[in-house]
Design a protein around this ligand. Structure first.
Ligand SMILES: C[S@@+](CC[C@H](N)C(=O)[O-])C[C@H]1O[C@@H](n2cnc3c(N)ncnc32)[C@H](O)[C@@H]1O
Ligand code: SF4
Length: 451
């Protein structure tokens, strides 16, 4: 009860907070950071670097009501094929602006639904990528897969190009929940894809679930978790459903009165953690779970977990190159987002080969705050000594922030050799603590619930 009061007093059940997949969050990107920076930052990438690549495919055949991703519906393949032709041009143009020796450590295809591509179009895209960037040692090719839109020839194509991690969208298996979120998907459809990939030797399978969906109950959620555990995934992401109909218009189809309240959301998140940790998964960060054998767990154990736009990652690269409409690149000096609308993106690529449209240049204090927030999100610690070593000229800001945290969140932290460590029972407050040290924080209603 005392813990519950502390969580409540610090705003767990009322606060609206960013997801902190970047700092600053993308809603603070500015339109005066555009292509000029893109060309300059590309030329600063080190010649011996293994960069990470993200390719955004915004298209979907179905448009699920709950989805807050940057997507657009299509019934024919014509716009998809034209889009991939534009991607191929962008890849060639960006490669030409980069130093010669760089390699590719990661390639992630996300969306929307990358598996909507025909095998021929996927082949053309992947041939372009591999023609431009040689894979580094320990290369990972990961792909987001909608099990209802994943033909066997397309999956075979991905395997042939070396896909070694699949990220499969589930959300929830209860029919009433699926009906209310506009995403029908049978257990058999999901199992078919998992078994197909396992039979072809894929050893890394991620599944995505959501808590906080309409009509989700403790019993229905436990049943979904049991189905998911029976599929034996290597990694799970269990996100809190972000209900933001003012940003994601399709969500108006989901009636707010059918949604669990924030206390019920907390209960569902707690059930997920209890059930999964009792079934051999380790909790990683605020919303991921992984088996002993999964690279995310090993990286977290080594204290090297990172945060990027996909959530948690073991990727240590300093450079992320984003391709496609709305895709975000991350350089040492800042962030750069491509034009968001597909038509605007295609026009920009046709004109110049690059589509950088807005972004953010990091100041020295932004770099420090980004490191503080990443340490909190990934390790639940404000590592005072480590920050002082990394940012020796900013000792004063580090000291002031540590003092502020200790006085504002007195009962939440434990002072130890690592610095200020969030007590495990208060880890759900992590994003609220991050917001406290966020220099851009405002009472922005654009964000989703803290739990
Ligand atoms: C690009 S989407 C899904 C990929 C693929 N198209 C599919 O349907 O399986 C990636 C993930 O984002 C998460 N997501 C989408 N909308 C969300 C929302 N409103 N709140 C929280 N997570 C969301 C879902 O878990 C989803 O699996
Ligand atoms: S959940 Fe997947 S299939 Fe559904 S709209 Fe979002 S990206 Fe498209």
């Amino acid at each position: 009860m005392e813990d519950y009061d502390t969580l409540s007093r610090h705003g767990l059940f009322d606060a609206k907070v960013p997801r902190y997949t970047s700092y600053p969050p993308a809603n603070h990107f500015q339109s005066d950071v555009g292509m000029r920076f893109q060309t300059e930052w590309l030329s600063h990438v080190r010649h011996d670097e293994a960069v990470s690549i993200y390719i955004h495919i915004p298209f979907c055949k179905r448009l699920c009501w709950f989805c807050a991703c940057r997507t657009q519906g299509t019934v024919t393949m014509r716009p998809v094929d034209a889009y991939v032709a534009t991607l191929n041009k962008e890849i060639a143009a960006m490669r030409a602006s980069l130093p010669k020796g760089i390699t590719m450590g990661r390639l992630h295809l996300g969306g929307g639904t990358p598996t909507i591509l025909s095998p021929q179009t996927m082949t053309s895209l992947l041939e372009t990528v591999f023609g431009a960037f040689s894979p580094a040692a320990d290369f990972e090719l990961s792909v987001e897969i909608d099990p209802t839109e994943a033909s066997e020839p397309l999956l075979e194509t991905l395997i042939a190009f070396g896909m070694n991690r699949a990220s499969i969208g589930v959300q929830d298996f209860a029919t009433q929940v699926q009906d209310a979120i506009g995403r029908p998907q049978t257990l058999a459809q999901t199992t078919r894809v998992v078994q197909f990939l396992r039979a072809r030797g894929l050893t890394a399978i991620n599944l995505d679930l959501l808590y906080g969906l309409p009509f989700q109950t403790e019993a229905s959620f436990r049943e979904t978790l049991a189905h998911v555990i029976a599929m034996n995934p290597d990694r799970l992401a269990i996100y809190g459903y972000a209900h933001v109909p003012w940003m994601s218009k399709r969500q108006v189809m989901i009636k707010s009165e059918t949604l669990p309240d924030t206390q019920q959301r907390f209960h569902l998140a707690t059930i997920a953690k209890d059930v999964l940790t009792a079934s051999g998964f380790h909790a990683i960060g605020i919303d991921h779970f992984a088996k002993d054998t999964d690279s995310l767990y090993r990286t977290a154990q080594a204290g090297q977990l990172r945060r990027n736009f996909q959530g948690y990652t073991d990727d240590q690269s300093e450079t992320l190159l984003g391709f496609g409409a709305s895709a975000i690149s991350h350089f040492r000096d800042g962030y750069l987002q491509n034009a968001v609308a597909t038509s605007a993106y295609q026009e920009r690529i046709a004109e110049t080969g690059l589509a950088g449209h807005k972004g953010y240049t990091m100041t020295a204090s932004d770099q420090l705050v980004a490191a503080m927030i990443e340490a909190l999100m990934c390790r639940f610690v404000f590592p005072t000594g480590e920050l002082q070593d990394r940012f020796p000229t900013q000792a004063e800001l580090i000291r002031q922030t540590a003092e502020g945290l200790m006085s504002h969140f007195t009962d939440v932290f434990n002072l130890n050799a690592k610095g200020l460590e969030i007590l495990p029972r208060f880890e759900p407050l992590t994003r609220i603590i991050a917001k406290y040290i966020d220099h851009f924080a405002s009472e922005d209603v654009g964000h989703a619930a803290a739990i």
